[in-house]
Design a protein around this ligand. Sequence first.
Ligand SMILES: [Zn+2]
Length: 267
Amino acid sequence: MTDPLIDAHAHFYHAESGRGDWERVNAARMRAGDAIGVTYHVVSVLGSYGHTSPTDVSRGNDVMRAMADADRERVRWYVTVNPNHTAHALDEIARGVASGAVGVKLLASRRADDALNDPICALAEEHGLPILHHIWQHRTREWPNQEISDGRDLARLAARHPRVAFILAHLGGGGDWAHTLPAVVDTPNVYPDLSGSGVDRGMIDTALQVLGAQRLLWACDLTMETGLAKLRALEVVGLPEDDLRAVRWGNAARLFPPGTFPRCVAA
Ligand SMILES: [Zn+2]
């Protein structure tokens, strides 16, 4: 039997996500996951980044919870919050935890080191939840309610909350991995995920060299084919078996609350 595999950064669409084929895309993710060998998808539904915030976030979380409840075997979920609405965000986390959320998807509606993120991190710490946060460089136009952040910004936030695990979203997308790796190396509670459409030659080798296998999580985000490419790359770069297991699922099992991935522990 092949080793377990956790996609630590996945998304579902829903009726308000702005695409008519949302159900087909969600189903395609699960089919591809089965083909790739994904044991668990850790999923979030994104809000509108402000157009109807924060009610859109609540509706997305409701949909997300229902989808997770309908597929307990394969789906775990992040409760999504918008840091511009502190009280709402804290309520959503409490509500999410009560209905099974295992992490926080912190929308990048403020720069990563903004003080508005602090109360959210404090509550995540209380519940032992990791926080998924985007970094994003080289932006070519303004995206409403999505602030630019780089690895240094996230490292500053993480340094203020050393007992919270921060998953730095998509090392292979949005940011510049060559900048990100040294920016987070001295902040041990930042864990880049390997998702993103970038499959640059050297990216994975350098990440392993700079951070080591214990700090990296395999993930797909929206492009599962590039997730598969990186999975294959991990298999051929000569990683020791223990390290491969850590990146495939072991690190995720350590960062998320105990009991989140029973089928991995059993394996
Ligand atoms: Zn994402």
